[in-house]
Design a binder for this molecule. Structure first.
Ligand code: SF4
Ligand code: SF4
Length: 314
């Protein structure tokens, strides 16, 4: 079977995957979604893909935003990642195994009143689908792709949090990868501090509605597209613009309905205005500490982060 493992790694990497890991079935509880989807699962194969550091650059500079949403979200999720999954799965079928690619269904939320900042809140299916999805972060950890950071992001040795990932379930028995012990996250809190909308709680949980509001650009001090009269008619508009408002699902929907300052990408992904500032702050921190194995010629953060004044919106 080691030959199969090597072939999987080779094909996955030839098709864009950067990290490949394997989780034997006994790392999952008997009632895990993995077995609801495919009871004969013997191995979960995890594929992690770097999100190019240069794609975050435009939002870091405040110069271009479309590149992150299209090149770091849409093209990764819709083209690069499925291509690698399909190529690996095809080879496995050729070898006589069952192989079920598992990509995240961006519009389906397991929780009844949740949302996903990367798609419009009214495009989310809540409690209306029998679709079962695996727990992505949990599976990534069990595949040894990386460790869990404070804000529930996957942190990898090579690229820190600048990765996306997906899986293949198979009935092939493949030796597991080592589970990564926590060694990168030092609870520095930079991810929490870096969020322009205080969406990360003291315990590291991300409030999905708070995140959706600020992922989409409600903080005017970090949004070059926001007009001075933004959120007219909402009482606490300056609090929202300052990134200080605490939203509920209801108030979040009202804010999101008024936030068409920048168009979404063509294929249903919302445009990120925060640029995943939580992940960027984490990356900068890990890079400064020198703990990431993928080294670059120059540091990612080149100057003090920029920002507008809340007073400009009075
Ligand atoms: S920014 Fe600090 S606390 Fe947050 S995930 Fe990264 S290392 Fe952990
Ligand atoms: S920085 Fe952006 S993606 Fe991260 S928690 Fe805040 S709003 Fe969400």
């Amino acid at each position: 079977m080691s030959n199969l493992k090597e072939k999987i790694i080779e094909i996955a990497k030839a098709n864009g995957a950067d990290i490949v890991g394997f989780a034997p079935a006994d790392r999952f509880d008997k009632d895990d979604a993995v077995f609801q989807i495919f009871p004969e699962t013997k191995t979960v194969i995890g594929l992690a893909f770097r999100v190019l550091r240069g794609i975050y650059r435009g939002i870091e500079e405040g110069s271009t935003y479309y590149q992150y949403t299209t090149m770091a979200v849409e093209n990764m999720e819709e083209t690069i990642m499925p291509m690698a999954q399909l190529k690996v799965a095809m080879m496995m079928e050729q070898e006589g195994y069952m192989a079920l690619p598992q990509r995240r269904h961006q519009q389906i939320m397991a929780e009844g009143n949740s949302t996903n900042p990367e798609v419009a809140y009214d495009a989310i299916y809540r409690n209306r689908s029998a679709e079962i999805q695996i727990n992505f972060l949990d599976a990534a950890l069990k595949c040894g792709l990386g460790e869990k950071g404070f804000h529930n992001a996957l942190l990898t040795d090579e690229y820190g949090p600048m990765v996306r990932y997906c899986f293949i379930l198979t009935d092939a028995e493949i030796e597991g990868s080592e589970i990564v012990a926590s060694h990168l996250c030092d609870n520095c809190g930079e991810c929490k501090k870096g969020c322009p909308g205080k969406a990360i709680a003291e315990d590291g949980q991300v409030d999905p509605w708070q995140c959706a509001v600020y992922y989409n650009g409600s903080n005017g001090t970090k949004n070059p597209f926001m007009p001075p009269e933004a959120f007219d008619g909402i009482d606490n508009r300056l609090e929202i613009i300052a990134g200080e408002a605490k939203v509920t699902p209801e108030t979040a929907k009202k804010i999101l309905d008024k936030i068409y300052f920048y168009p979404p990408a063509q294929h249903a992904y919302q445009c990120s205005i925060c640029g995943r500032a939580c992940d960027v702050a984490c990356y900068v921190h890990l890079e400064e500490k020198g703990v990431l194995t993928k080294k670059f010629n120059t540091p990612f953060r080149k100057r003090e982060p920029w920002g507008f004044a809340v007073e400009d919106f009075k």
